[in-house]
Design a protein around this ligand. Structure first.
Ligand code: NAD
Ligand code: DAU
Length: 351
């Protein structure tokens, strides 16, 4: 279809802003609608370079407001949805689980209900693409990888809410024939990530000579993917993915936290002209995250074989680009770390 009208939710957030930019620039014939309520994690600064594009429109709305969502479907006649809006931080889900149920579960249902109503159960050329996470699969032991057939076993309120929304998307597919795709991705990193997540938080603290709070023994493993490679995978799955299928997306790039943190410190020493080892001296072991998943690792061979996707950016390259972006965008970082961030930081790290 040449002239799609795509609703992208959560487009002012980290991954969403990279997806919006890619679609706006790559598909001038599409109309891209970015729906976002602008929580602490949403930031229109992330999209300054494309906000004047003719095929782009920002819609400030809350996915928890069903009436508003229905009216936007009526007004803009979306033919597909790429759904990224969510509460996304595990630590915040531990202090306020209900907010995660509201946005991640009920918000997702509101969108699917609006899609069904507006599309009148005539689903030609329609798609509801739900962006999810590898955390729904729970935690791995030393060996093995998450495949699309791994059973769900979520351990945090965040991952339980994402697992629940995945189940509802599948259920709407089975019960109402809503055409859907789900993708479950590993840890993203890159420009524009809010500094509550490991990599940007540690970059910010290193710059400011503040302690680097490592949870537990630091031997937890994550599989890191550069955010632009995730956006490319979403583009491929959206256009070429099989409906009613799930795709796992990952970086083939496992790191124990403490090893990643040492690499980050080394690069930061070089960039900031510090003596070797100076940034690593900020490492401080702190109380562990409750229910902390030991290891995540994705088997991304299905999307590779079926759609030809693989990550193009190496971790070393991606980390350099990410650090450079944060060092060059000090105002962005200063703006998002003023005000409420300070309260959040104090509560989270003085437990
Ligand atoms: P983020 O927290 O950076 O951005 C979330 C965006 O959603 C923000 O712009 C926020 O304002 C918006 N939003 C939140 N609640 C809303 C509501 N009620 N109505 C409208 N908008 C709302 O998140 P992210 O890291 O970019 O993650 C995006 C999606 O990708 C999420 O669904 C997340 O579960 C998933 N995901 C993230 C990662 C990761 O490593 N960050 C990995 C896999 C999957
Ligand atoms: O796996 C995909 C998920 O990755 C996404 O679904 C989530 O939205 C995203 O937040 C991320 O979840 P994690 O919990 O893995 O990411 P986070 O950056 O919070 O933590 C990464 C690892 O670093 C984890 O083992 C906890 C640890 N950590 C994190 C913080 C914020 C610390 O040791 N200290 C910290 O201060």
């Amino acid at each position: 279809m040449e002239n799609r009208r795509i609703l992208i939710t959560g487009g002012a957030g980290f991954i969403g802003s990279h997806v919006v930019r890619l679609f706006v620039n790559k598909y001038p014939a599409y109309n891209i609608y970015n729906l976002d309520v602008l929580t602490y994690a949403g930031n229109l600064e992330n999209l300054r370079d494309i906000e004047e594009a003719e095929n782009y429109k920002f819609l400030k709305a809350d996915i928890n407001d069903a009436v508003k969502i229905d009216s936007l479907f009526e007004e803009y006649k979306f033919d597909s949805v790429i759904h990224l809006a969510a509460e996304s931080h595990v630590d915040r889900s531990i202090t306020d689980p209900l907010a995660f149920v509201k946005t991640n579960v009920i918000g997702t249902l509101n969108l699917m209900n609006a899609a069904r109503k507006f599309w009148k159960d005539n689903f030609n050329d329609k798609l509801f693409y739900h962006i999810s996470t590898d955390e729904v699969y729970g935690s791995l032991g030393k060996a093995g990888l998450f495949t699309e057939n791994t059973s769900y076993d979520p351990n945090s309120p965040y991952s339980a809410s994402k697992a629940s929304s995945d189940h509802f998307v599948r259920a709407y597919g089975e019960t109402y024939s809503l055409p859907y795709i789900i993708s479950n991705c590993s840890n993203n990193y890159g420009p524009n990530q809010f500094p509550e997540k490991l990599i940007p938080l540690f970059i910010h603290n290193i710059v400011n000579n503040k302690p680097l709070p490592v949870y537990g023994d630091g031997r937890y493993t994550r599989d890191w993917l550069f955010v632009k490679n995730h956006a490319e995978a979403i583009d491929l799955a959206f256009h070429k993915g099989q409906h009613k299928e799930t795709y796992n997306i990952g970086g083939f790039n496992e790191w124990q936290n403490i090893d990643l943190i040492h690499l980050l410190c080394q690069i930061m020493d070089r960039k900031l002209n510090r003596k070797e080892g100076e940034s690593a001296r900020l490492i401080t072991y702190v109380k562990d995250r409750p229910g902390h998943d030991k290891r995540y690792a994705i088997d991304a061979s299905k999307i590779n074989k079926e759609l030809g996707w693989k990550p193009s950016v190496t971790f070393e390259e991606g980390l350099e680009k990410t650090i450079d972006w944060y060092l060059e965008n000090k105002t962005w970082l200063d703006n998002v770390t003023s005000g409420n961030y300070k309260d959040y930081y104090k509560k989270q790290y003085s437990r």
